[in-house]
Design a protein around this ligand. Sequence first.
Ligand code: NI
Length: 177
Amino acid sequence: MPVRDVLRMGDARLLRHAEPVKAFGQPELFDLLRDMRDTMQALDGVGLAAPQIGVNLRVVIFSVESNPRYPDAESVPETVLINPLLTPLSDAQEEGWEGCLSIPGMRGLVPRYTHLRYQGYDEFGALIDRTVSGFHARVVQHECDHLDGILYPLRVKDMRNFGFNSELFPDNTQQEA
Ligand code: NI
């Protein structure tokens, strides 16, 4: 159950546009997902995108559990989302704090669409089509940004709202994605 190294900001591989998956239900895809799960769990992450472990494919995983900072957020079982398409359902955005396993120890305040439809496939090629909001929508947008080479600090509007987690939130530990 290999835990893979997570690339960190500054590594040019995080800036690439990832390629679509063409073959579903294949051992190579299952192996990739196993490594992504193991890595995400080992680092206690909320989500992980394949480019973060150096695999340039449009594959993300995430798992949304109850979070005291988002008391209204529903919990979501672990989701595999491949070749995703995101469609905001309104222009409404909200700001929220994010962290990233590729930028360990840091947090930033990031605007994201509040209401979102996402579509894509699981590892067997079955269609996924969900309409979500709030923290769930935020996590999906964060992960899918990785597929287009976008790290969350690029979306922080006011860089005064970017800093070390230990200074910003001395009393709690927030998860990273
Ligand atoms: Ni991230």
